[in-house]
Write a protein that binds this ligand. Structure first.
Ligand code: TA6
Length: 303
């Protein structure tokens, strides 16, 4: 996409918010206030950065990410919808659904008590023609509210605008920045059942805190908040959620990262994914006209 892509018309932007041509010329909203800096690409409605004042960046985006209309941006908080991973039925492609490949519309940008609140929307009409819309061809409206401040809050509301009951999966596939994932401990999942996508089939139950000694890809049945303890950066990242019954934890480790052109072997130690979600048997079922909201708050404190 050329660097001079015409920017979409957007509502008035408050002080501290700009709409620019970002990487690859893709339109990006950039936020800079006394409390934090942040950015959201309209492509995928994807947060790709959040750095609260006084801290190192919390949301990680790959230095090798592809910023192209037909690619998912590696990093940030990809919005997986209307399915997760390979989905729950055969032939559901692309992985993680089509929302992260779609161009969202900015409905509103406002300053609110020192924070910046952005509202983005995606509908089935916006996504028409994207790969995967033939697999899940139903009317929907996705509204993503992003609030940048000393915390980051991302609320995704899905509304069934069709005349029939619909079921879908969703996830906020958040890439969190850490000094070295090999030194990280994750608490909050003790006792939770999980599906291990790289180990033995299970069923498994988490015993105590989660640490990392190799590729890790687990789908937990858990409504609990999670804390990422990062001794390297001397901080704790907390992921607090409402409306989510699943949490996925992923570290690709070296071999898988080396095989991913947009991640690379030299970067995998600096990130870990903690993904509030509703997947598998915790997928959401909506009556016509009904909606569901999953709200996640990301916070950081020194430890
Ligand atoms: O959330 C973990 C996961 O499902 C992994 O299995 C891995 O595929 C990762 O997502 C990244 O998926 P992506 O399609 O973004 O390469």
């Amino acid at each position: 996409m050329p660097a001079t892509t015409p920017l979409p018309d957007v509502p008035g932007l408050p002080a501290g918010v700009t709409l620019e041509n970002g990487e690859g010329g893709l339109p990006v909203l950039r936020v800079e206030t006394a409390r934090a800096t942040g950015e959201v690409y309209l492509h995928g409605g994807q947060v790709t950065g959040w750095t609260p004042a006084g801290h190192a960046p919390v949301i990680w985006t790959s230095p090798r990410a592809r910023f192209e209309p037909d690619a998912a941006i590696r990093g940030g908080i990809p919005l997986c919808f209307p399915w997760f991973g390979p989905g729950r039925e055969p032939e559901m492609r692309p992985a993680h659904g089509f929302a992260r490949l779609a161009d969202f519309t900015l409905l509103e940008a406002r300053e609110d008590d020192g924070d910046v609140a952005l509202t983005l929307r995606l509908t089935d009409e916006d996504a028409a023609g994207l790969p995967g819309t033939d697999v899940w061809p139903f009317p929907f409206e996705l509204t993503c509210q992003v609030r940048f401040g000393s915390t980051l809050r991302v609320a995704v509301t899905t509304r069934n605008t069709s005349a029939h009951v619909r079921s879908y999966e969703e996830a906020q596939h958040a890439y969190l920045a850490v000094q070295d994932v090999r030194d990280v401990r994750i608490t909050g999942l003790d006792g939770a059942p999980y599906l291990d996508k790289v180990g033995t089939p299970g069923p498994h139950t988490q015993r105590g805190e989660l640490t990392f000694a190799g590729e890790t890809d687990r789908i937990y049945g858990s409504t609990s908040d999670v804390t990422v303890h990062d001794p390297g950066l001397g901080r704790r990242l907390t992921v607090t959620k409402q409306g989510s019954a699943s949490t996925i934890v992923w570290s690709p480790w070296s071999a898988k990262a080396a095989a991913m052109a947009d991640l690379g072997e030299e970067h995998w130690t600096g990130m870990v994914c903690v993904e509030p979600a509703n997947v598998l048997h915790d997928g959401i079922v909506l009556e016509p006209g009904a909606s569901h909201t999953t709200t996640v708050t990301y916070a950081v404190e020194r430890s």
